[in-house]
Write a protein that binds this ligand. Sequence first.
Ligand code: SF4
Length: 509
Amino acid sequence: MFDKFKDECGVFGIFGHAEAANLTYLGLYALQHRGQESAGIASADGVRIRASRSMGYVNDAFDTETLAGLTGHLAVGHVRYSTAGESRLANAQPIVIDSAHGQLALGHNGNLINAGELRDALVNEGAIFQTSTDSEVVVHLFARSKAASVESAITEAIGQVRGAYSFVLMTKDRIIGVRDPHGFRPLALGRLGDAWVICSETCAMDLIGATYVRDVEPGEMVIASGSELRSVKPFAPAKHSQCIFEHVYFSRPDSYVFGESVNEVRTEFGRRLAREAGVPADVIVPIPDSGVCAAVGFAEQSGIPMRMGLIRNHYVGRTFIQPQQSIRHFGVRVKLNPVKSILSGKRVVLVDDSIVRGTTSRKIVRMVRSAGAREVHMRISCPPTISPCFYGVDTPRRSELIAATHTMEEIRKYLDADSVSYLSLDGLTDSVPDGKTRYCTSCYTGVYPVAFPRDEKAYLQLALKLNPAPSPSSAPQPVTTAGFDTDDLTGTAAEQLAGAGSSRSRRSD
Ligand code: SF4
């Protein structure tokens, strides 16, 4: 709806409850903010897996009859936003397959860096893919595994993928949660009576009355198959790279993510922002809803009162019909309306969590001015976003990121603000325990913790939304397009793109 990085996916799993599918439905409902394109649930009763997937919101994807057909005491669910693969029903998850190891259902949050490479190898060996998602390679690798047990086959399959993954998997009689060794995406573990719950965020546990126990650790696989939960760490350890953007924007503020209260972390971002970039003002105004927690912290630290000077219309959905060009300036006003009694004649500090392109922020600043504000100061509770994400988040090309292509003064002028300041990288990482050692900050630094395969030039091109990939016969060459060249990448990604060779492409979103 606004100019933001797009959420990824949400996963949910429950073992040992007679209402497993209904509880999964509720869990997905709580995780709806992580994906709105499709929703799916698979359940099992110890004998077989049943599944239902549909495009659209959770509320629209299931009815009482569908849920009644999803019988059994274990279930996994998924809400999807397509970070890799098109938005169509075939790509909805959980993916369910039948194999020599039995049935398997899989839900994935993240993005597999080497999926294209693995997929080509599998296709060359005769595999037939049903979807265009990166996640499907895992079920093919599982099906082809010669391992003696189901769990060994899952371990062998997941051991071959690289990148970001929080998986929930289900066989006919167990659910398994797996988090990649870097721990990019969250995955939490909880209890509901004797049942085990595994899900992306704890807000899903709150809705069903489950208790948060702990996070699934980076590189850990947890298996619920009886009253006990088993834990194994079958993968080589790696430097932890938990996505700090989960705290900045993606996760719900009522969740605990990476063991921390998102609300508290976001409020601390605001306090630090006020210390770093305070300004004389009359009122702090959050840009709802994403700027509210940071604005609370900013107001607390600065002593300037916070008022809701912008009111959001919560009933603007994806079906909103864009008006004709002649009246399109109503676009932002349909979503936000300024409160003149709060803004008129005031020096206003607008607080938001992030700026991507800057287009919406500019409209909001102008709207606040038109409501009579004397001064408008923009404060952003994260550092400038200068690089795309390859770990499960949909981001625009680098040349569209305003902070990647403009100086701070140019941004201020573009936004029509009296001043603009962002939280520093140190301010961001100092707001969470082990922030400098356990978190990914690549979209602020351009330095990427997981190397890309050297033959994945086209992957990068699509991921960065560059020009089409060259033909397979083309020699490796620097990528140059209007407004974008290899200088647009920094650190390891730039080196790898410059050295990349093949023209494989899988990412189509
Ligand atoms: S690049 Fe940014 S959005 Fe992506 S995982 Fe890292 S911190 Fe999160």
